[in-house]
Write a protein that binds this ligand. Structure first.
Ligand code: IPE
Length: 262
């Protein structure tokens, strides 16, 4: 198969930014380390990143996920797009400094949603850059929605669409928790699930994120993972705050994480 050496990596907004902050705040040191781990793996990747504090507070303030209801939201849409692009340029910079030939593919410019789901998708753009040996980088963004005016297209939704299109070897979610737990990880007896089959994942509810989050936190991620794994791709959820775990997962080595097997 064409892409069985390809890995899609999602860098969570809660890892690369301070998601608790109401103003945009990058976690530069963490981002630099993750970029180095991706570079050190030598793997062919598509990188997707979340918006964190560069996107969620604005998207929430202007109720962008409710669609276009009132005129004042247009300003919020424009502000949100500009803010996530500023984050994307910072991410691109850090990736390039780590030696990765990263190029930006902003969802707002190449795709449309319908009813909150990706409808038109610029897969050709990703394919072209991949074939040229470059590393496409895309991100959670404010986009046009054909049925409700506009909406938020999350990084997880993009990972799902890309996985469906490119059938990669695996997708890795670098989150701010060690993986998927049998209950809310904040609870005392919460147990990390090291390996789950696609059949079992349906029974895990997942918690809504603790922070300002318009796209559903772990709950939304689990829904995306179900659909990714159903197509035959392995999904890994790991803690991007812990040194070396992303690199190990990229290299297929054992590390603390949850593996969801197809
Ligand atoms: C959200 O993207 C995009 C906007 C709020 C504009 P994500 O849902 O992928 O971001 P994180 O990873 O949760 O921060």
């Amino acid at each position: 198969m064409l892409n069985d050496d390809l890995i899609i990596v999602k860098l969570g907004g809660s890892v690369i930014t301070d998601k608790k902050s109401e103003t945009p705040k990058l976690r530069t040191a963490v981002l630099r380390r993750l970029a180095k781990e991706i570079a050190a793996s030598g793997k062919r990747t598509i990188i997707v990143h979340g918006a964190g504090s560069f996107g969620h507070p604005l998207a929430k303030k202007y109720k962008l996920n409710d669609g276009l209801i009132e005129e004042s939201q247009k300003k919020g849409f424009a502000l949100t797009q500009a803010s996530v692009r500023r984050l994307n340029l910072k991410v691109i910079d850090v990736l390039q400094n780590a030696g990765i030939s990263a190029i930006s593919l902003p969802p707002g410019a190449i795709l449309k949603c319908r009813g909150g789901k990706v409808a038109e998708f610029g897969a050709g753009a990703f394919d072209g850059y991949l074939r040229a040996g470059l590393v496409p980088v895309t991100f959670g963004d404010a986009v046009i929605d054909e049925s409700k005016g506009f909406c938020i297209c999350s990084g997880d939704l993009l990972v799902e669409k890309l996985a469906c299109e490119f059938e990669p070897e695996k997708v890795i979610f670098a989150a701010d928790v060690d993986g998927i737990f049998d209950r809310n990880p904040a609870e005392r007896y919460a147990k990390l699930l090291r390996e789950i089959s696609v059949g079992k994942i349906g029974k895990i509810a997942g918690e809504k994120s603790r922070h300002t989050d318009v796209t559903g936190g772990m709950k939304g991620k689990i829904e995306s993972i179900k659909r990714i794994v159903a197509k035959g791709t392995q999904a890994v959820v790991l803690n991007g705050n812990k040194k070396g775990r992303l690199l190990s997962a990229l290299l297929g080595k054992e590390t603390v994480c949850t593996k969801v097997e197809p």
